[in-house]
Design a protein around this ligand. Structure first.
Ligand code: MN
Length: 512
């Protein structure tokens, strides 16, 4: 227990230090950068496969070189660039990006596909291999042949095809089977670098020997996880690698990392376990501030903040159950402590059944350590509070902006913000705003959005955050503060994979 307290305190200190650093650097420019994947073992750990000198140069010079050049090339682009997104849409980028993004992505995968541990082939991937290649031996033979035959620099891959079968293929230079310029590609679950820089120092021209020794260091657990995730998981394809290869070293979560947890919470069973678990923990932790529901207000935590005298009321902490930035922060924060204790880290990069187990395990840790996490003087708690307050403030800004734009464009309308934090309108009915035009009042929910994408008579609204289908609402009002746009739909849409989808004719106003 003593150890644990120390670890937690250390983590808190690191958080404070990092926070200062982050503020100086400017979050935005940092978030755009493609990160360098940490080597999961020492340079000498894979000796039976490769010598420490090669490993060192390969990692520090070749791999980091690709990442740094890539960051220079994409520096001036607008918006979020995610490495996997670049790879999947590589045809849209100039030539230089293809080689460097490929190099960055391939090597990030490669480091994770190797391990110093001696591993048995996992059961599911094994039976798939036998189905597709008749035996492990034949599979290895075919892989070795394609690797030996690769002319010049390139990679050999085991990919999962759209049909769910395995295929061995090779790509030239730093191309990856996920690139949209590769014909008959697939989802890579194992790969081998057959550039001379990967083996020449140790093996000279004996590539076949390099390939033979490769089998002694394959991380079959990674391969099995990848395979199972692709065949069992309900996460959309685009999310697949992100958690694994883009985890930033900061305690704070990037947009991409938070997005992973937002998508994870599209699974209703998992979301219910998490949200109700968090509410239970809050109720226990702040039992003196917990109030049952009244006519006007929901049950929850009240008067926790020192409000300005006239604004005593429902605490912002009640929003914790649906805030995915904080969920992501919890995972990273708990994992640091678990890692330092040698306990298995929380891992949501797995099948839905296991994700459910992991959410429960996480809630147990939060409960176990609740006096530290929810200590009003701790750095962790202050951070949580800040995130929730900021998100709430953005919501307020959106509503103010929507009110301004609607009033400007529709001079005969009356717009009222309703649903003070914690009131029944806010919490139960989810009404943010009422718009009255020609004597008719529409109840509205206000959300942010990123893009409107027309598709087959439908419009997909992306980036709306926590996507829920609302019942007592007439209008869905979407606001993009950067583009200064307000788009209003009838509340007839559906939620598909974390986005709202409406019929074209459900759009009532497109204002700016
Ligand atoms: Mn290489």
């Amino acid at each position: 227990m003593q150890h644990l307290q120390e670890s937690i305190q250390k983590v808190e200190k690191e958080i404070l230090q990092e926070k200062k650093k982050e503020e100086v650097k400017g979050l935005l420019s940092e978030m755009k950068k493609i990160g360098i994947e940490k080597l999961p073992y020492s340079y000498s750990a894979l000796k039976r496969f490769i010598d420490p000198e090669t490993m060192n140069v390969h990692y520090n010079k070749h791999y980091k070189g690709y990442v740094n050049k890539l960051n220079k090339l994409i520096q001036k682009r607008k918006g979020d660039d995610d490495l996997e997104k670049i790879i999947r849409n590589i045809s849209r980028f100039p030539k230089g990006v293809r080689n460097n993004a490929g190099g960055a992505f391939n090597h990030a995968l490669f480091w994770n596909m190797l391990t110093p541990e001696e591993m048995e082939i996992g059961p599911e991937i094994k039976s798939r291999i036998i189905k597709d290649f008749t035996s492990i031996d034949k599979f290895k033979k075919e892989f070795s042949k394609i690797a030996t035959d690769r002319f010049g620099s390139g990679w050999v891959w085991v990919v999962l095809t759209k049909k769910g079968t395995l295929k061995i293929m090779s790509t030239p230079n730093q191309d990856n089977p996920l690139m949209n310029v590769i014909e008959d590609g697939g989802f890579p679950i194992l790969g081998l670098d057959v550039w001379e820089h990967a083996y020449y120092l140790k093996y000279k021209n004996r590539r076949d020997e390099y390939i033979k020794n490769f089998w002694t260091v394959v991380n079959w657990k990674f391969v099995e996880d990848m395979y199972k995730m692709k065949t069992e998981s309900n996460l959309i394809q685009e999310q697949s690698f992100r958690h694994l290869i883009n985890e930033s070293k900061s305690s704070f979560c990037t947009k991409t990392e938070t997005e992973f947890y937002r998508i994870l919470m599209q699974n209703k069973a998992i979301k219910n376990i998490y949200s109700s678990g968090i509410r239970d923990i809050l109720k226990k932790t702040f039992k003196n501030n917990w109030k049952p529901a009244t006519r006007e207000e929901m049950s929850g935590i009240y008067e926790l903040e020192i409000f300005p005298s006239d604004e005593k009321g429902r605490s912002i902490i009640n929003k914790l159950d649906t805030n995915y930035s904080v969920l992501c922060f919890f995972v990273k924060d708990l994992n640091r402590v678990l890692r330092s204790q040698g306990i298995d880290e929380l891992n949501f990069f797995t099948s839905p059944a296991n994700q459910e187990k992991e959410i429960k395990r996480m809630l147990n840790y939060i409960e176990q350590w609740n006096t530290r996490i929810f200590d009003p003087n701790s750095a962790i708690f202050k951070h949580i509070f800040e995130v929730l307050t900021k998100k709430h403030q953005i919501g307020e800004n959106r509503e103010d902006f929507a009110k301004k734009i609607i009033s400007k464009n529709l001079p005969d309308s009356v717009v009222n913000k309703v649903g003070r934090l914690g009131s029944k309108e806010d919490a139960f009915k989810k009404i943010d705003m009422e718009v009255t035009i020609n004597g008719e009042t529409k109840k509205a929910q206000v959300k942010g959005f990123m893009e409107l994408i027309p598709s087959d008579g439908k419009i997909v609204v992306t980036g709306a955050g926590d996507t829920v289908k609302y019942l007592n609402i007439d209008w869905m009002i979407f606001v993009n503060l950067q583009q200064k746009k307000v788009v209003i739909f009838e509340n007839t849409g559906n939620v598909v994979m974390g986005n709202y989808v409406f019929d074209e004719n459900a759009m009532i106003y497109n204002l700016s």
